[in-house]
Design a protein around this ligand. Structure first.
Ligand SMILES: NC(=O)c1ccc[n+]([C@@H]2O[C@H](COP(=O)([O-])OP(=O)(O)OC[C@H]3O[C@@H](n4cnc5c(N)ncnc54)[C@H](O)[C@@H]3O)[C@@H](O)[C@H]2O)c1
Ligand SMILES: [Zn+2]
Length: 372
C-alpha cells in the first residue's frame, strides 16, 4: 500500500492479485481532473462514459466532462431495476455503433448499479477493455468500486451474470456524496461501520467520535472514511481476490442481512438490512460465548446514530431461516456466519472465516431481533 498526500488527495494503491495494481485517487472536487489523467494513464484510448440520469441532474457528469466527452450512455431508469443484461446490451450496441475498438476506456460514473453494469460491459466488450470506476454513493465508494466484482441481475437472482474485472483506476470524489439522498447516504455508511468492525477498531472509534461530521458530510470526515474504506477493502481483496477465504469477512452482517433484504421485497435498502444482520451476528457471537456484550452495545449505538433500522419488522422467522439455508454461502443447508472475536477482529474459524451456527441459536437470535 502506498500513500502520498498532495493537497486533499490521497492515493491508495490496491495490489490486484497477479494483475497489475491500481490506484485509488481520493479527494474532494476531483471530477474535473479525470479526463486529462485518463488520457495520461491510457494514451490514445477513447473514453466511453456510462452514467445515469440522476448523476446528470446533480451536475456530476458536467463537472467531470465539461463538454469533453461525446460518447455517454445514461442508464434509464436509474437504480437496480436497470441492472440487467438488456442494459449491458444497450451499452455494447452503442459502443459498436460508434466503432469503439479495443482502445476503449469505459468511465463508470455513478453508484453501484452503474459501476456493476459498466464494469461488466467493459469486462466482456471485445473480451475486455479497461474501466475507470468513479463511485458516487456511500455504497459504491466503500464497497463496489474496489475489488473487481462486476455483473448484472437475471430475472431470478441478483448478480447472476458476472465477471471479475479490476478497474485500471478508481476516483473517489467525496464531494459527489453531497447530492445523494439522505436514506441512501445513511444506509451506505453501514458498510463503513462493517469495515471498522471486521478489521480496524481504531476506525470504528473514529466513527463513534465523528458521527456528527459524517452525517453533515464534512470533507474531513468523508476523506478519512474514504481512505480507511479503500485501505481495508483493498487489503482484503488483495489477499483473497476470488473469495476463497479472507474475503468472506466482507460478508459480515450479510447472512441475516441478505435474507431480510430479499424477503422485504427490497423495501429495506441493502445497508439497512445489513445493519440488522450486524446486530444479529453480534448476538450470535455472544450466544456462542465468543463475542462480547460491549461490542454489541457499541455497534448498536453507532448504527442507531446512523438512523438505520435494527429490528426485523413484518417478516416471519421460517422464511428467513429457509432463505438463509438456500443462500449460496451456506454449506449443506446450514447457514454460516462471519463472527467477531473482538472489535476489529474476526474469528478466522480455521481459515474459512465463516462459522456454522447451531439452529437453536439462529432461531433465538431471529426472535430477539423481532422476526414473527
Ligand atoms: N461489485 C461489488 O462488489 C458490489 C458491492 C456492493 C454493492 N454492489 C451493488 O451495488 C448496487 C447498489 O449500489 P448503490 O447503493 O450505489 O445504488 P445505485 O447505484 O442504484 O444508486 C442509488 C440511487 O442514487 C442515485 N445516485 C448515485 N449517486 C448519486 C449522487 N452522487 N447524487 C445523487 N444521486 C445519486 C442513483 O441514480 C440511484 O437512483 C447493487 O446492485 C449491489 O449489488 C456491488
Ligand atoms: Zn454489502
Amino acid at each position: 500500500m502506498e500513500r502520498n498526500m498532495e493537497g486533499t488527495t490521497v492515493n491508495v494503491t490496491v495490489p490486484a492479485g497477479a494483475q497489475a495494481s491500481y490506484e485509488v485517487r481520493i479527494g474532494s472536487g476531483l471530477l474535473g481532473r479525470i479526463p486529462g489523467e485518463t488520457a495520461e494513464l491510457l494514451p490514445g484510448a477513447r473514453p466511453f462514459v456510462v452514467t445515469d440520469a440522476n448523476l446528470e441532474k446533480a451536475g456530476h457528469l458536467a463537472a467531470m466532462a465539461g463538454d469533453g466527452f461525446e460518447d455517454v450512455y445514461s442508464i434509464d431508469p436509474p437504480g437496480e431495476s436497470s441492472k440487467t443484461i438488456e442494459t449491458v446490451e444497450g451499452i455494447i450496441d452503442a459502443m459498436e455503433q460508434k466503432r469503439f475498438g479495443r482502445d476503449t476506456v469505459v468511465l463508470a460514473l455513478g453508484g453501484g448499479t452503474v459501476g456493476d453494469v459498466a464494469g461488466f460491459a467493459a469486462a466482456i466488450y471485445k473480451r475486455g477493455v479497461p474501466c475507470v470506476q468513479i463511485p458516487t454513493t456511500t455504497v459504491a465508494q466503500a464497497d463496489s468500486a474496489i475489488g473487481g466484482k462486476t455483473g448484472v441481475d437475471s430475472k431470478l437472482s441478483k448478480n447472476a451474470y458476472g465477471a471479475f474485472h479490476n478497474p485500471v483506476r478508481v476516483y473517489v470524489d467525496c464531494a459527489t456524496l453531497r447530492t445523494l439522498d439522505d436514506r441512501d447516504y445513511r444506509a451506505g455508511l453501514v458498510e463503513s461501520v462493517k469495515h471498522g468492525m471486521i478489521m480496524d477498531a481504531e476506525y470504528f472509534g473514529y466513527m463513534e467520535a465523528h458521527m456528527d461530521g459524517i452525517l453533515a458530510r464534512d470533507d474531513a470526515a468523508l476523506l478519512h472514511l474514504a481512505e480507511r474504506n479503500c485501505a481495508i477493502k483493498g487489503r482484503v481483496v488483495a489477499e483473497d481476490p476470488k473469495e476463497k477465504g479472507l474475503r468472506r469477512i466482507l460478508n459480515y452482517g450479510h447472512t441475516i442481512g441478505h435474507a431480510v433484504e430479499s424477503l422485504s421485497g427490497y423495501a429495506l435498502l441493502h445497508g439497512e438490512a445489513v445493519a440488522i444482520g450486524i446486530v444479529g451476528a453480534c448476538r450470535v457471537a455472544e450466544a456462542l460465548g465468543s463475542g462480547a456484550a460491549e461490542v454489541t452495545a457499541r455497534a448498536k449505538a453507532v448504527l442507531e446514530k446512523l438512523g438505520v433500522p435494527l429490528r426485523i419488522e413484518g417478516i416471519a422467522k421460517e422464511p428467513i431461516l429457509d432463505t438463509m439455508r438456500r443462500d449460496k454461502k451456506s454449506v449443506g443447508g446450514r447457514a454460516r456466519f462471519v463472527l467477531l472475536k473482538n472489535m476489529g477482529e474476526t474469528d478466522p474459524a480455521g481459515g474459512g472465516y465463516a462459522v456454522e451456527v447451531p439452529a437453536d441459536i439462529v432461531d433465538a437470535t431471529l426472535s430477539e431481533l423481532g422476526a414473527g
